[in-house]
Design a protein around this ligand. Structure first.
Ligand SMILES: [Zn+2]
Length: 69
């Protein structure tokens, strides 16, 4: 037996991301994205960065203090 789509009161699970309001699923999506970015930036050696770059092209980490012009 193949499991069917997850149902929620508003429809299928795919519709959780179509909601207009910022629900718990969207909050978790943002949190997971932030953790993944943090881990990716922590593991990156910024080897593709060139002198003068403000951000690492590989991981997106800021290479200069954000308060500098
Ligand atoms: Zn990097």
């Amino acid at each position: 037996m193949t499991p069917g789509p997850v149902r929620n009161p508003r429809g299928d699970a795919d519709r959780l991301f179509d909601l207009d309001d910022f629900g718990v699923v969207c909050a978790l999506d943002v949190a997971v994205g932030a953790v993944r970015s943090f881990l990716r930036q922590r593991a990156c050696r910024h080897g593709r960065a060139q002198p003068g770059d403000r951000f690492c092209a590989a991981c997106g980490a800021a290479l200069v203090a954000p308060e500098l012009p």
